[in-house]
Design a protein around this ligand. Structure first.
Ligand SMILES: [Zn+2]
Length: 146
């Protein structure tokens, strides 16, 4: 999935980097007590790291790097009808939300579900068409017999 363009954290981090030609230094001090050597973010007195945004980004990174294990997943029975697909999809939604299922696996399942439903629709139309053709044949024979 694409990162949202409206992501305020990303926008702020990017802005701080793209205008790095400005020479204003960060007003914060390092753990050793020496002045922070980083450039302050545009319009700010502190750098990315000391503004607290970096720790936010770190938290997000930590969440993104969630560990997935196949053992945490409930088994899925291959679907045989649209109702089964619905069950699988609702299970997948819950597992992605709980960070049990990798989003790229979920994307794949969503794609396959969509393909499955399309195939189901074609198969259904095919069946109905065959029924109509059979009825048509019967009508023709009745008319021909008169
Ligand atoms: Zn700093």
């Amino acid at each position: 999935m694409r990162a949202s363009k409206a992501d305020p954290l990303r926008a702020r981090l990017t802005r701080g980097e793209s205008r790095s030609h400005e020479t204003k230094r960060c007003a914060a001090k390092t753990r050793k007590g020496t002045p922070c050597p980083n450039r302050a973010m545009t319009g700010k007195t502190r750098c990315n790291f000391h503004s607290g945004l970096a720790s936010l980004a770190g938290q997000r990174g930590g969440r993104r790097r969630a560990r997935y294990s196949a053992e945490d997943l409930a088994p899925i029975t291959p679907p045989e009808n649209s109702g089964d697909v619905l069950k699988v999809l609702s299970q997948v939604i819950g597992e992605v939300h709980d960070l049990r299922l990798e989003p790229r696996v979920a994307n794949s399942l969503a794609y396959l579900s969509s393909a499955y439903l399309s195939a189901l629709q074609v198969a259904d139309l095919d069946e109905r068409l065959k029924a109509l053709e059979a009825r048509h044949d019967v009508l023709q024979k009745v008319r021909g017999g008169r």
